[in-house]
Ligand binder design. Sequence first.
Ligand SMILES: [Zn+2]
Length: 319
Amino acid sequence: MRNSYGQTTIEPSGSAKTKIRRVTFRKRQRRFIFMCILGIAILFTAIFLIVNNHSSNQSENTPAPNDSQTAQAEPTEGQTKEPNEPSPKEDASALTEIPTEEISATANISESGAKIVYLTFDDGPGPHTARLLDILKKYNVKATFFVTGAGDDALITREYNEGHSVGLHTFTHDYAYVYSSMDNFFADLYRVQQRVQNATGFTSTLIRFPGGSSNVVSTYYDGGTRIMSLLSEAVTARGFTYFDWNVSSGDAGAPLPPETIYENVVNNLKPEYSVVLQHDIKDYSVDAVERIIDYGLKNGYTFRRLEPDSYTAHHGINN
Ligand SMILES: [Zn+2]
């Protein structure tokens, strides 16, 4: 037989043909498997490179989750936290920090941590305090109230009788007065301490400075004495313990949806100790508490009241 080139070829017999086909088929099969493996290898290499690249970008953008970073981030919040000086611009910048915090919080949450949450409520008592106490009672959650001269004494009595900590936030909460001198600060502090003692029979030594210990609003009133540096030492020397916070609910400025307050809190909980700043004079903040507690209990957090030896979440002094 001749092929198309005119060469004589030997026509293979039937069984030989089948053998050749089988061999060709096996070769093709091997080549196909090889191509598949090669394809998969290339695909995995590509995925690995993309993921690696992505995570290294992320670590560049994410500040190291150490305490000094957090401490630096909080003071700006501390200055805007207080209802007297809401600043929408700074509030917005505080909100944009959340994703970063969220990354570190979620990353650490699986590590073995204490997962203790201290809910703290400043500036009360007020019109929403009784409702808040009902919510806390429903879940048997203990919290901390940093009270002022506002509201009814009976609410402070109730806070204490229901097992919460009652701390001191100065009587007037007037920056211009309390930060104008050491004498004024202590006069105001002892005034609210006396109020709490009258309402509860208990002498509280827990403090939260108006604006937090990191506030710089005091620079306007202290005549250059760096009063926060003086006060932070003086209160300790007089047997008080001051507390800042490391989770801000963002409830100090303009009203926000309770959903936002809830997210600001739960997305920023710390693996070990979270001191959450809220204000029980804000209805939309109180509205978020039940969901915060529900989230915490379902995710292995324990709610506690602050005691003199609890985690203080100090920001650091800026004045
Ligand atoms: Zn306050």
